[in-house]
Structure formats: structure tokens, C-alpha cells
Design a protein around this ligand. Structure first.
Ligand SMILES: NC(=O)C1=CN([C@@H]2O[C@H](COP(=O)(O)OP(=O)(O)OC[C@H]3O[C@@H](n4cnc5c(N)ncnc54)[C@H](O)[C@@H]3O)[C@@H](O)[C@H]2O)C=CC1
Ligand SMILES: CC(=O)C(=O)O
Ligand SMILES: [Mg+2]
Length: 370
């Protein structure tokens, strides 16, 4: 198969969909790899490294899209990239379609086979291609929260861990999955006072077991959530209902009741955000203030650390890229119902139930399109 890797064009996105090592694996299996010039600049993988791995370098995105059967990316295709998609393409990348009607409409119109990293499942009930970026984003969320607490950044002027004799910041983490667990680890490591809320008792039990009495766990209800949020200095939003728009758990009213200079970090912003006052921001201008509360809502947080993130991402995605290239999309998805859960849009039909529901579109079961 001809596999194309365009340079990412989302604001401040320096990851790349395939490393030179990944290209080497595909080439060794008889596939052709076409990489846009400078696509690996953010991980210091020059064109020469891709060429040494057996890939060809394309001068621009247009020639990658025109000559590749499968496009492997990191972020959801931007409008300019969507315009290049045709019914001859397989698109394999993060999509986050539930809150994104314009993208969904463009993918429907393209006729392409669109497989989303974030809805592929595994036997343990996890999301193996979201997991590595959730690990990165969870850890980064606490760094972002700590920085946003600084006075010059319009925060309360608190040091996350305090110092002897002065109390640390209070951090609440809503959602104790992969993002939540990684945020908890870093926040506790920095010396913050940390509370995790989740509506799954099993999740709370797992975290309580891992972190012991240094972590407070709270079963999440409207009432308990409000109580914790109102006294917190930093709140990390880390909930997910796979494929669906994030539930708005923190209301505008709760936000206005928070202390001035408190910080909300909405990691769930890629699924629309779990704070009512959130709107997506970029690394160029990551924060804004509503009712005195600093909001950090960057939808591609791992893009800030492209080296760590690209390698972590491609460790997870490469085996799936290889299966698609070796077998073709139909056979690869037929062989694995978890992989099939990644199919979001095909031939103009929406095959991911939560996406169809979020946007009032007809749903077609993915098994029926194979
Ligand atoms: N902004 C960014 O750059 C990035 C964002 N993300 C996003 O972070 C979010 C979280 O991802 P993961 O941790 O991997 O998901 P996960 O599935 O591992 O964890 C989500 C947790 O939320 C809990 N939850 C769901 N609804 C809830 C509710 N109403 N109240 C309390 N808890 C609730 C679940 O029980 C689960 O424990 C996703 O939206 C993901 O796409 C992930 C990576 C990067
Ligand atoms: C998962 C996601 O949104 C990201 O890695 O950018
Ligand atoms: Mg206020």
C-alpha cells in the first residue's frame, strides 16, 4: 500500500504521524511510504532520515494526498486537508468528531474511510490508541495548572506544593481514568492536596489502592462535585464517555463561585470540554479568564512535547498501521471487533454510534459496511 504522512498543520502541532523507524517497518513489508518534506522537523527527524528508512519525500501536502492510499496523521484533518480527501483514501488519525459538525460533514462528503485512533478499544475496556496521549496530557495538565496559578499568568499566586509552614494548592481531578491517574501522580508528586472524583467506584478503588491515604477519592455527584470544585485552586477536567461529547459537569454558576485566580484545565476539550465556560484554545494563546477563573483548554496538549508524544503515539499506532497496510481496511477491521470500533465514517455513512447521536445523524452499524 502507498502510505502518506503529511506535515501536521494544526496550530503549534509539532508531532508527526510516523517516525523514520515506523517507515522502515512498512517499507520492509513491501509498502511505499511518502512523507511530506519537513514533516519530522518537530522530532528532529530530517528528510534524510526518512529517506534512509526507505521512504520518499514529497514536496508538499498536495502530492502526499494525491499519491497515497492511506493517510496517517496525528490531529484531526484541518479544513485544507479535508478538501484533499477523496473516496480513494483511508484516513487514520485522531478525529474527535462528536463535538465537531463541520469536520463530520466534510468527512461524509469526502467518501473516505475514516478510522479514529480514539475510539479503538481493547479487551480490558481501554482505548489503546488514546492511552499514550492521555498519559502525556494528564501529566502536562498539572504543569499547565501550576503555571497558570502564577500571578503574572492571572492566577492566585500560589505555589503548587506550598513550602513548609504554608499550605499547598488544592487540586481536584474530575475523572480518574488515564488522564486523571497521570494528573494525580504528578500533582501528588509536586506536593499538592489532591482529590479525585469519578462516578465509577471501581476507578476510585483502583486509585485509592495505588496512591493510599495521600489521595482523597470522592464519588462524583452534582452535590459532591460542586463542593469540591468551589474550594479547589486547580480543577483538571478528565472525563470521557468514549466517542461522545463530554458532559458539562462544571456549570457557569460554579465557575463564578470559585476563588479569583483559580484555574480550570479542561483536558476533555477535544471532546467538547466538561466545563460550561470552556472553549478550545491553542498553544499560541492557551488561556483565557471567565469570572476571574483562568481556563486552560488546549485541544492538542501533547503537541507541546512532540518528541515524547510522537514516540509514545507511534509505539501504539504502528501495529494498527501495519495491519491496515498489509490486509487492506476491510480485512483488517473484519479480523478485530476492537479495531472496527475505530471506524467513524465510511463512504459517507457515520458508523460510530455516539458521533451519530451527538449530531443527530443516521447511524449505520460498522459490520454492515465491511
Ligand atoms: N486535550 C488534549 O490534548 C487531550 C485530551 N484527551 C482527552 O482527555 C479525556 C479523558 O481521556 P482518558 O483519561 O483517556 O479517558 P478514560 O476513559 O481513561 O477516563 C475517563 C474517566 O471519566 C470518568 N467519567 C465519565 N463520565 C463521568 C462523570 N459524569 N463524572 C465523573 N467521572 C466520569 C470515567 O469513569 C473514566 O474513569 C478525553 O476526552 C480525551 O480525549 C486526551 C489526550 C490529550
Ligand atoms: C488525543 C489528542 O487529542 C491529542 O493527542 O492531541
Ligand atoms: Mg469568582
Amino acid at each position: 500500500m502507498r502510505v502518506g504522512v503529511p506535515k501536521e498543520i494544526k496550530s503549534q502541532e509539532y508531532r508527526v504521524g510516523l517516525t523514520p523507524d515506523g517507515a522502515r517497518e512498512l517499507v520492509a513489508r513491501g509498502h511505499e511510504v511518502l512523507v511530506e518534506t519537513q514533516a519530522g522537523a518537530g522530532i528532529e527527524a530530517g528528510d534524510g532520515e526518512y529517506e534512509a528508512a526507505g521512504a520518499r519525500i514529497a514536496p508538499d501536502a498536495a502530492s502526499v494526498f494525491a499519491n497515497a492510499e492511506m493517510i496517517v496523521k496525528v490531529k484531526e484533518p484541518q479544513a485544507e486537508e479535508r478538501a484533499r480527501l477523496t473516496s480513494d483514501h483511508i484516513l487514520f488519525t485522531y478525529l474527535h468528531l462528536a463535538p465537531d459538525a463541520p469536520q463530520t460533514q466534510d468527512l461524509i462528503k469526502s467518501g473516505a474511510i475514516c478510522i479514529a485512533y480514539e475510539t479503538i478499544t481493547d479487551d480490558d475496556g481501554g482505548l489503546p490508541l488514546l492511552r499514550p496521549m492521555s498519559q502525556v496530557a494528564g501529566r502536562l495538565s498539572v504543569q499547565a495548572g501550576a503555571q497558570s496559578l502564577e500571578w503574572e499568568r492571572r492566577g492566585r499566586g500560589l505555589l503548587m506544593g506550598g513550602v513548609p509552614g504554608v499550605a499547598p494548592a488544592k487540586v481536584a481531578v474530575i475523572g480518574g481514568g488515564v488522564v486523571g491517574e497521570n494528573a494525580t501522580q504528578i500533582a501528588l508528586g509536586m506536593g499538592a492536596e489532591v482529590t479525585v472524583l469519578d462516578r465509577s467506584p471501581a476507578v476510585l478503588e483502583r486509585l485509592s489502592h495505588r496512591f493510599g491515604s495521600s489521595l482523597k477519592t470522592v464519588y462524583s455527584t452534582k452535590g459532591s462535585l460542586e463542593q469540591v470544585v468551589l474550594v479547589s485552586d486547580v480543577v483538571v477536567g478528565a472525563v470521557l464517555v468514549a466517542g461522545a461529547g463530554a458532559p458539562k459537569l462544571v456549570t457557569r454558576e460554579m465557575v463564578s463561585g470559585m476563588k479569583n485566580g483559580s484555574v480550570l484545565v479542561d483536558v476533555a476539550i477535544d471532546q467538547g470540554g466538561c466545563f460550561e465556560t470552556s472553549k478550545a484554545t491553542t498553544h499560541a494563546e492557551p488561556t483565557f479568564v471567565v469570572d476571574g477563573v483562568v481556563h486552560y483548554c488546549v485541544a492538542n496538549m501533547p503537541g507541546a512535547v512532540p518528541r515524547t508524544s510522537t514516540f509514545a503515539l507511534t509505539n501504539a499506532t504502528l501495529p494498527y498501521v501495519i495491519r491496515l497496510a498489509d490486509k487492506g481496511w476491510r480485512e483488517a477491521l473484519q479480523a478485530d471487533p476492537h479495531f472496527l470500533n475505530g471506524l467513524n465514517v465510511v463512504d459517507g455513512k457515520v458508523t460510530c454510534a455516539p458521533v451519530a447521536k451527538s449530531q443527530n445523524l443516521p447511524y449505520v452499524a460498522p459490520e454492515t459496511v465491511l
